[in-house]
Ligand binder design. Structure first.
Ligand SMILES: C[S@@+](CC[C@H](N)C(=O)[O-])C[C@H]1O[C@@H](n2cnc3c(N)ncnc32)[C@H](O)[C@@H]1O
Length: 274
């Protein structure tokens, strides 16, 4: 069975074709998804992607779903996981409706970042990581639990992992990482040739894979799948899929059984047989 995971990031599995813009691991093939998928028509049985489609504009996202349709075999399954616009908006409304309440005011700080920051950030990481640090510094257990429940991230561990020592960094270097480092060094050098006062307006530091350029709810995702030609469109959850043995993969569920990215929208569709 041929399976593709596009925009896999660090979540790649053996037995799958894993692709991402950069490859730091032999299991991952470097490919820019703005280009057509480098596979023939009717090639894959399964295509999966998690938290990638929202990084493309509405039109480019649709082109990507069309590419999935082309390379899927008839009766093949496409599973797309994205942040759920409707759930985030409903949570925002729940909080703003009870803003007199102290707990709601603390949660407001996070939900407003969750809703807006990823769409507007101009620098890597935007306000999210700063906000995690703030929540940790405040040492308020209910705020920490709230953010952890929304993101599925254990923020203490995440921040500790991000503060690796120079020695750890040196030991974790491999050939692919080195190649990427040189690529970014080169890009930095080219940027420096542009006068500082023009840099911010000319260069978007978040153009690739960092910023959300569109968001989906179940209605827009269903109509997108329909327009492209998929049938049997379903909304499932992290534990449920029509993909054979999907629960054996560490994708939507972590190795410890917890949900990887809670609050996501999980959509599946089938390419019909002509
Ligand atoms: C938020 S991450 C999700 C990673 C992984 N699927 C997960 O669920 O953890 C988005 C991924 O999409 C990839 N990506 C974004 N734009 C891309 C492009 N034009 N070509 C290839 N990969 C891209 C990024 O490199 C990044 O790994």
């Amino acid at each position: 069975m041929k399976k593709l995971n596009f925009g896999c990031g660090h979540r790649f599995c053996s037995g799958w074709v894993n692709i991402d813009f950069n490859s730091e691991h032999p299991e991952v093939i470097a490919h820019n998804l703005l280009q057509p998928l480098p596979y023939p028509k009717d090639y894959f049985d399964i295509i999966y992607s998690s938290h990638v489609l929202e990084h493309f504009s509405k039109d480019t996202g649709e082109m990507l779903v069309k590419e999935c349709y082309r390379v899927l075999k008839p009766q093949g399954i496409l599973r797309i996981v994205v942040p759920d616009l409707e759930r985030t908006c409903r949570e925002y409304l729940r909080i703003i409706d009870s803003i007199e309440n102290e707990e709601a005011r603390k949660q407001y700080e996070w939900i407003i970042i969750e809703l807006i920051d990823q769409l507007v950030r101009t620098e890597h990481g935007g306000l999210m990581k700063t906000s995690w640090r703030q929540v940790l510094e405040n040492n308020d257990e209910s705020s920490i639990s709230y953010v952890e429940a929304r993101t599925g991230v254990r923020i203490k561990e995440e921040i500790a992992n991000n503060t690796t020592s120079l020695l750890q960094k040196v030991f974790s270097i491999n050939q692919n990482k080195l190649r990427n480092k040189f690529k970014y060094l080169y890009i930095d050098m080219v940027k420096k040739l542009i006068p500082r006062y023009l840099r911010k307006s000319l260069i978007d530091e978040t153009s690739l894979g960092e910023k959300h350029k569109w968001m989906y709810d179940s209605y827009s995702m269903k109509t997108l799948f329909e327009r492209v030609g998929f049938s049997d469109i379903k909304f499932l959850d992290a534990h449920t899929s029509d993909i054979p043995n999907f629960s054996d993969e560490v994708l939507d569920i972590n190795a410890d059984g917890t949900v990887y990215l809670p609050g996501s929208l999980y959509c599946e569709g089938i390419k019909p047989t002509n």
